[in-house]
Design a protein around this ligand. Structure first.
Ligand code: NDP
Length: 298
């Protein structure tokens, strides 16, 4: 078996961001303003601060307005809702993203449900989950939509292919399965209670691993010629002499390379797609709110 193709998510995401940057002036000309993304960060979690800073930078680079709102970890639930209400009513805000997880004591679900579904660029509101499940236009969670884009770029038409999604979270697994179903795949959702997981995965032409367990999916679980999307991001323990452990996915990539047709690396696969799709969702939300056509090639 020849060695697999590495799916370059970093390059694909850069291309998508470039297409968005090129589409923004047309929106601006017709709407009389740039698309706006508001990001809400509650507390001081270091990882969340890094994510919010990169989202801000990417939003500006795309030619959009970035509004950052930082609140203390002990903010009252009502005050957080008051901010969401203001952002819902603000005509210059097209997308609202509340950086998750929220500090303990805050009701995350209630906050997500308070966001106007038409500004819910993270796609986590039940209205958007319902629209996706019904096959309607929906704002769709960024990581699974980015994963689908990589799959279509690799395989073209996905009709009739057997897809196994390992993981059933609201953020990744469930919307991923819905997206694949909408592309006419035959979809199996696997999770921690699935029996004979290796056998289930072995049936798949497409495997999406979104579990959060380092290198859990082994090479011999994979059908020869399968295409693998590895969503997992896991940091291994640091080896002696290293300050930080290596990042790995949910798939044992080195083993998988001998079996599969193509696979996303970690890092550099699905990860870079997430912010690119967030910008795409913001432009799509902005266009819909302004009564404009959805930009092409996005
Ligand atoms: P969750 O913890 O919410 O969900 C994990 C899922 O994996 C659950 O459905 C769980 O099943 C399933 N699972 C756990 N153990 C097993 C097992 N032994 N066998 C089969 N299934 C199992 O995680 P997320 O969906 O939020 O994230 C998954 C991974 O993707 C993480 O590594 C995360 O860091 C990464 N991620 C990467 C992103 C990116 O930008 N690249 C963005 C978002 C997430 P059950 O429901 O039965 O408990």
């Amino acid at each position: 078996m020849t060695t697999a193709r590495i799916i370059d998510g970093k390059a694909f995401a850069a291309g998508l961001r470039e297409r968005i940057r090129e589409a923004v002036p047309a929106f601006q000309k017709q709407a009389g303003r740039a698309p706006g993304l508001a990001v809400v960060l509650v507390g001081e979690d270091p990882a969340s601060q890094v994510y919010v800073a990169s989202k801000h930078k990417a939003t500006i680079a795309a030619g959009m307005e970035s509004f950052e709102h930082r609140l203390p970890a002990d903010v009252a639930q009502d005050d957080l809702h008051a901010l969401i209400d203001r952002l819902n009513a603000d005509e210059t805000v097209d997308g609202i993203l509340v950086q998750l997880p929220l500090p303990k004591g805050l009701d995350e679900k209630a906050v997500v449900m308070a966001i106007d579904p038409d500004k819910d660029v993270d796609g986590l509101h039940v209205i958007n989950a319902g629209r996706l499940a019904n096959g309607e236009e929906a704002l769709t969670p960024c990581t699974p939509l980015g994963s689908l884009m990589l799959l279509k770029d690799t395989l073209g038409d996905l009709t009739g292919l057997d897809a196994v999604v390992v993981g059933r979270s609201i953020l990744v697994g469930k919307p991923m399965a819905q997206l694949l179903l909408a592309e006419n795949c035959t979809v199996t959702m696997a999770h921690s209670r699935t029996r004979d997981l290796p056998d289930v995965v072995r049936r798949a032409d497409i495997v999406v691993a979104a579990v959060g367990r380092a290198e859990m999916v082994k090479g011999d679980w994979l059908k020869p010629g399968a295409v693998v999307i590895d969503v997992g991001i896991n940091r291994l323990e640091a080896a002696p002499g290293e300050s930080k452990g290596r990042l790995v996915g949910d798939v044992a990539t080195a083993e998988a390379m001998d079996h599969v047709r193509a696979i996303t690396p970690v890092p550099g696969g699905v990860g870079p797609m997430t912010i690119a799709v967030l910008l795409r969702n913001t432009l799509v939300a902005a266009s819909a709110r302004a009564g404009l056509e959805k930009p092409e090639n996005l």
